[in-house]
Design a protein around this ligand. Sequence first.
Ligand SMILES: NC(=O)c1ccc[n+]([C@@H]2O[C@H](COP(=O)([O-])OP(=O)(O)OC[C@H]3O[C@@H](n4cnc5c(N)ncnc54)[C@H](OP(=O)(O)O)[C@@H]3O)[C@@H](O)[C@H]2O)c1
Length: 283
Amino acid sequence: MNNEFYIPGQVALITGGNVGIGRVTAIELAKKGFKVVIAGRSLERTQPVLDHIKSLSVDEHPLFLPLDLGSLASVRECAQLFKQLNLPLHLLINNAGVAGLRGLTKDGFEMTFGINHLGHFLLTQLLLEKLQASGPSRIVTVSSRAHKRTAGIEWDALRRSTRSWTGIDEYAVSKLANLLFSAELAKRLQGTSVSTYSLHPGVVDTEIWRALPNWARPLLRLRGFLTPEEGALTTLHCAMHAPQQETGLYYADSKPREPAALGRDSELAAELWRRSEAWVSHN
Ligand SMILES: NC(=O)c1ccc[n+]([C@@H]2O[C@H](COP(=O)([O-])OP(=O)(O)OC[C@H]3O[C@@H](n4cnc5c(N)ncnc54)[C@H](OP(=O)(O)O)[C@@H]3O)[C@@H](O)[C@H]2O)c1
């Protein structure tokens, strides 16, 4: 394929690579010659993926770093540990995500927003210097078509516990935040060799739906599930093939797609950035 970005031996850090879309993404990147670092909550649950990558004889030392995106202290520690590896960083994949969880993160943010957006926002900030020093490099953030299901970001709601019955309203806000973050990041990275993409992977049969009420799952099945292998394709496209000049765009089915109007709102993106910066610096 044209526009190939990667060179075997480059380093990729992926969040949530133990199951689902992230697991397939990590394995496929390793097959392409990336040195893979998986950041996640459990080494035990990630070990089968690390063993699988080793068994492919492509990356004999895939690495694991502890990361709980629901704790800003854990995010800081993860970034610090990555820096201590003294590796370059060519690809950051903000993949991990939750849906349907309730409550607050350790730092007092609505659970889904805190994990899906704020944790990744801080992780990216802390690794940006490394990404710039390793350029050309890219940041891929897994958003969702669910970003279209919200009428806006209610700022106060981000500091309270989850209110909606299914948690889907909060999920939609978090996925809008993923998309706006990626678009604003692209603006801020103009003139550098770091590009950034957000994407919808499709509706994929993974564990993300485990926290939803039982009645909601059959409805999703009716809409047709993709396999995790199919669900990883757009992430992999953005990671390895999307042209650098398409930085900031939102992808689905491995093609740039127009997001919902709110996803194109540059003032909202700038406001989210300012608030996120303040939140992570005070917590
Ligand atoms: N599946 C879909 O239909 C769909 C559709 C649109 C977008 N997406 C997006 O695709 C991405 C991947 O989701 P998936 O479908 O592959 O779901 P999944 O199978 O549930 O995987 C989610 C990953 O996120 C990790 N994670 C959850 N909470 C975390 C935390 N606090 N800190 C660090 N890691 C955490 C999980 O690790 P643990 O094993 O430790 O929980 C797991 O590795 C998400 O961003 C999701 O929003 C999925």
